[in-house]
Design a protein around this ligand. Structure first.
Ligand code: ZN
Length: 288
């Protein structure tokens, strides 16, 4: 990809690449263009020997409102975007195509980003919702401004959480259940108290603080930094995190199939904001 339309790729300091989601009018909702531009930018930063640390940010005012449900079928995986997973059959009817699409777009992309060989820092402000949480959680560290709120509201849409299901690991089991069942938002300070967020800073200091943190890490021997990430991520894998994510992804798709059987769409329409419902029903209301 030569030029990006939904993100910015910056070098704000020596050794640091900053990838900025840049759809502020859409609250940085992730459409397919953004997902695959993010993937390309992450690969670019990993391939660049000058880059030691990758910062993921969102153009003000919000980090990300999640996945853009208005994305429709006019752009196709494998034709308009490179496939990063081992899945295919994205247009197949029924649960088969939907499962393959979400494996590719959400699960396998997020897993790739979680496993990037260089350290990543999410620089978060404003709203961080649903698919926005997935992005922040895929990063190694999270720095949040004090006006950040975190929320996974998808239970109200008849689904058991977003596709990258690390809620119990990030929040602990009791807080995870409460966050999912209530759909309540958590403040940055609350998220820090659970261990989900590393630092909470004033909005005006967010970018500088994150850069200073990135600079500290960038000054360390690179292979030791990379192997710390490997060791800690593998510890989570050994504890079963990957398997837990896989089983929740299966249940997530059971919920999509249930909603399709009951309502003819993959989410419970009653849980959607009316403005969203009117925009996405035509694209979701397909049996195939
Ligand atoms: Zn889904």
């Amino acid at each position: 990809m030569a030029a990006y339309s939904t993100i910015l790729y910056e070098h704000p300091a020596d050794g640091v690449a900053r990838i900025v989601m840049n759809r502020p009018d859409a609250r940085n909702a992730q459409n397919l263009d953004m997902t695959y531009e993010l993937n390309d930018a992450f690969d670019r930063a990993v391939a660049d020997a000058e880059v030691k640390v990758i910062v993921l940010a969102g153009a003000d005012p919000h980090f990300s409102a999640g996945h853009d449900l208005r994305d429709t079928a006019e752009k196709k995986l494998g034709r308009d975007f490179p496939v990063v997973s081992t899945w295919g059959g994205f247009e197949d009817a029924g649960a088969e195509g939907r499962y393959a699409r979400e494996q590719e777009i959400y699960l396998q992309n997020t897993r790739r980003w979680r496993n990037l060989s260089k350290p990543t820092i999410a620089q978060v402000q404003g709203k961080c919702l649903a698919g926005g949480l997935m992005l922040a959680w895929a990063c190694d560290l999270i720095v949040a401004s004090d006006d950040t709120t975190f929320c996974d509201p998808v239970v109200a849409m008849g689904v058991c959480g977003v596709e990258w299901f690390v809620h119990p690991w990030e929040l602990g089991p009791r807080k995870a259940k409460e966050m999912l069942w209530t759909g309540d938002s958590w403040t940055a300070e609350e998220a820090r108290s659970f261990g989900m967020v590393n630092h909470v800073v004033a909005r005006a200091e967010l970018a500088d603080f994150t850069l200073r943190l990135a600079g500290k890490i960038a000054s360390k021997p690179t292979f030791a930094v990379k192997t710390v990430k490997e060791a800690i991520n593998r510890t989570l894998d050994i504890q079963g995190q990957n398997s837990a994510i896989e089983q929740a992804f299966g249940l997530h798709h059971l919920c999509h199939a249930h909603n399709m059987m009951k309502f003819g769409v993959i989410v419970d329409p009653s849980g959607l904001h009316p403005s969203v419902r009117s925009r996405i029903d035509p694209s979701l209301n397909k049996k195939s």
